[in-house]
Design a protein around this ligand. Structure first.
Ligand SMILES: [Mn+2]
Length: 288
């Protein structure tokens, strides 16, 4: 390990909050995982990998870090109370949004997206969500809880946000049946919307203020094997970045998250990929 590098996103020197456009918020929260545990180690693993990234981006011919990226201290997990945890996330998100920061939240399980989206919606009443995931996450309840990771998009839809979901290839009959009633949710199944069709879709999404939520299991297991619930038939790197580049060029994006990375000790490709994807999104946004 290179001890000379600060333990921050990109190994960047600490800067003042006022000098930062982008705020990295690590939230190692894991309470309602379905299968393989470990998402609580996601933020740490992303930060660690990100310290070895090249900070020049050849695709945009830019140095995105020059726009100011600050890594906040991680939000310490409240294991006994999901409500308390969500309140902690809300309060930090609120402060950052008031200061006009772009928050990039690192999960942790997907349920952490809800409080951040809710705070952004207060500032941007017409907030819409781009959602990358293998799963629809539209269950009303899962294992007796409405705040499970498997319900997060249902809760966000109830805030009145229009949601555009991509990479979906795992959905329950209950969720499928409720889809016609959820007029603000637009599901793009992976077996239909893939390759160039997916990238082209970025151009036909309505204008507005957007939040991007990326469950890393949207990717194919050959790209990202380290996630809680793995599904075959996912996205490739160039499908995802091709879509994001095109989407961000034509839309205003105000915040984002990357969740559900469950790093293994022996294989770090997933964590490096997550770090690079975050930096790519920062590069695309900074380019505008
Ligand atoms: Mn998922």
């Amino acid at each position: 390990m290179n001890k000379a590098l600060p333990y921050t996103f990109g190994g960047l020197e600490k800067i003042s909050l006022s000098g930062a456009r982008f705020v990295i918020l690590p939230v190692p929260y894991e309470a309602t995982v379905s299968f393989k545990p470990g998402t609580r180690f996601g933020p740490e693993s992303i930060l660690l990998s990100s310290r070895y990234m090249e900070l020049y981006d050849e695709e945009t011919d830019s140095e995105p870090w020059r726009n100011g990226i600050i890594t906040l201290p991680e939000i310490v997990q409240e294991i006994d109370s999901a409500g308390k945890m969500m309140k902690k996330i809300s309060s930090i998100a609120k402060k950052m949004i008031e200061k006009d920061k772009f928050i990039f939240t690192l999960g942790g399980e997907h349920s952490i997206s809800f409080p951040v989206v809710k705070e952004y919606k207060k500032k941007y009443p017409n907030l819409k969500v781009i959602h990358f995931d293998a799963h629809a996450d539209l269950r009303n309840e899962y294992e007796g809880s409405g705040s499970s990771h498997a319900c997060v998009m249902r809760r966000i839809s109830e805030l009145g946000c229009e949601i555009f979901s991509f990479g979906i290839r795992s959905i329950s009959k209950e969720e499928k049946n409720v889809l016609p009633e959820l007029k603000n949710v637009h599901i793009n199944f992976a077996h239909i919307c893939r390759n160039q069709t997916l990238i082209d879709k970025a151009g036909s999404i309505p204008e507005g203020d957007y939040y991007i939520s990326i469950d890393i299991d949207c990717f194919d297991p050959s790209v990202v094997p380290d996630t809680g619930t793995v599904e075959p038939g996912g996205l490739t790197w160039y499908e995802a970045t091709g879509f994001l580049k095109k989407f961000i060029a034509g839309h205003r994006v105000v915040g984002a998250d990357l969740v559900e990375l469950s790093p293994s000790n022996h294989y770090c490709a997933s964590s490096f990929m997550a770090a690079k994807l975050i930096y790519k999104i920062i590069a695309y946004i900074s380019e505008k």
